[in-house]
Design a protein. Sequence first.
Length: 219
Amino acid sequence: MKKVVCVHTAMALVAPLTELFKEHFPEVQVEHIAESSLIKEVIAHNAITPAVRRRLLDYYNAAADSGADIIFNTCSSVGDIADYGNGVARVPVFRIDRPMAEKAVREAERIGVISTLPTTLDPTCRLLQNCAREAGKEIVLVEGLADGAFAAGQSGDSDTHDRLIAEAAQKIANKVDMFVLAQGSMARMEQRLSELTGKPVLSSPVLGIQGLRKFMGFE
């Protein structure tokens, strides 16, 4: 059985991804490496620090040492390090958000990028632009930062978290054809935002696992 090791910078997706793998990709063994201090450090410095970069690369190599066939990087804020790691780690590093970005580029030209963290906007926009260049397509990106939503979610105030995301999406809805949710932890807002705005909304967890399944040759 092939082994997938998910590398997380927070705990939020560990349990949901465990269940989603059982549903969408039961043919693989799934394990997790998670360190919540990583995203806290990224937020505090508004950037990926050298220490965060070193620890992530160490985790990729630790995953390889544990027998991983592939690493599933689950944090979009550190997507650039995942791309670098894919070139230097002993096994491939697959970004959870790449299939979402590729689908968005295929299906829309004006894309709204909704995030609860400013540190996730830039990496997600870069990924979308890279996918557009690979596809030979021009896109327009409109950023929607749900300021305060991440802190609300961390404190357990899910109502405020969801309300701020909805408000950020509604503010830019008339400027876009489609939304992408920059963080996997926002996936539960996918249907609600689509109903509120009348626009398609993409999130990364299920699309990421389906893309990984295809990448690994199971489809």
